[in-house]
Design a protein around this ligand. Structure first.
Ligand code: FAD
Length: 295
């Protein structure tokens, strides 16, 4: 099933993200956790490509496994900046063979090694190029990333918004945001993106922080703003793992409920291979999910 068809249903839903194993030896552990998350029957699951510590090697395998075993639609991520055109095309062909229908087209981060090289020698500079090629090469539903707090490489927000619009014009059918901890930043971004004429669904990304150590990593990774309300929670409960986990899940659930109540029907949860977190959030929303309160 294509993700755009799920989004167009306008029913309250959640999607979860998983990442492939760091090492071959942990493949089975990751496979088991992704299966537990799939058993929660989210609207779809995304599988990252070389992000969050995972490798890019198993993205497609995991995505196909979730689809075949659990009938949960999957979104396979693909990055391009550090790859040759030939290697990217090979991946796209593999996706077609595996029956993968949904792809998140990403540039990927610029590594220090890559930054030392001449950009004119790179086969890809921006995600837009990958979006365009995916649309040309197969019948894919393509998603792309966006950044309510502006991508760190951007000159300014206006410029960043222009490039997001280009990704949509190249064929991206939906956008997923970088993690946000303050919903007002997301609402503000929605206003700006609609104002420049981007009409595709935008899925807010919510990261449940379940231990204090995760906070620093999440800020480093995303540069996202942490509201005082969230910082107080980490300060107060951070030293008690069980309390922190409960408080972090409650905070994320509260964000999701606020998003639903403001007309956002699909929310993406950066569930980070944690089935217990995915299950608890699903339970917290059991009387809300799957409904259309506008009917
Ligand atoms: P782009 O859309 O290319 O944008 C990158 C920067 O270039 C922005 O500042 C943009 O404004 C600018 N830009 C775009 N087009 C142009 C242009 N034509 N001229 C000048 N400037 C331009 N990383 C992974 O490695 N694996 C993953 O699985 C992964 N999943 C992600 C999922 C989501 C939802 C998000 C939000 C991020 C994810 N990332 C992942 C991280 C992502 O790869 C990085 O944030 C990366 O630095 C930018 O990727 P992008 O696709 O947004 O790039």
């Amino acid at each position: 099933m294509k993700i755009i068809d799920i989004l167009n249903k306008r029913e309250m839903s959640l999607s979860f993200e998983v990442f492939p194993p760091k090492k071959e030896s942990s493949f089975e552990t990751v496979e088991a956790t992704t299966e537990e998350i799939a058993a929660c029957h989210p609207a779809f699951m995304s599988v990252t490509y070389g992000a969050g510590g995972g490798t890019s090697k198993y993205t497609m395998e995991i995505a196909k496994n979730i689809m075949d075993k659990y009938n949960v639609p999957t979104l396979a991520h693909l990055t391009c900046v550090s790859s040759s055109r030939e290697a990217v095309h090979e991946k796209i062909e593999q996706m077609k063979q595996l029956g993968i229908k949904n792809v998140m087209a990403l540039r990927g981060d610029l590594t220090p090694e890559l930054e030392k090289t001449d950009p004119s020698t790179w086969d890809y500079k921006h995600a837009t190029e990958l979006v365009r090629e995916l649309k040309e090469m197969g019948d894919f539903c393509v998603g792309a990333a966006c950044y309510p707090e502006v991508h760190p490489d951007s000159v300014n927000q206006k410029d960043d918004l222009t490039h997001i619009k280009e990704k949509v014009e190249a064929g991206a059918e939906f956008l997923t945001t970088q993690m946000v901890f303050d919903n007002n930043l997301f609402y503000n971004f929605m206003y700006k993106i609609r104002e420049i004429g981007v009409t595709v669904p935008v899925i807010p990304g919510i990261m449940p922080i379940t231990n204090a150590n995760q906070v620093e990593r999440a800020i480093k990774l995303s540069g996202s703003f942490m509201p005082q309300r969230f910082k107080s929670l980490v300060d107060y409960f951070g030293n008690d793992p069980e309390a922190m986990k409960q408080a972090g899940i409650a905070y994320a659930t509260d964000q999701i409920i606020d998003l639903y109540a403001n007309g956002i029907t699909n929310v993406h949860v950066y569930s980070m291979n944690k089935p217990d977190v995915a299950k608890t959030i699903m339970e917290n929303l059991s009387n809300i999910l799957g409904k259309d309160f506008n009917r």
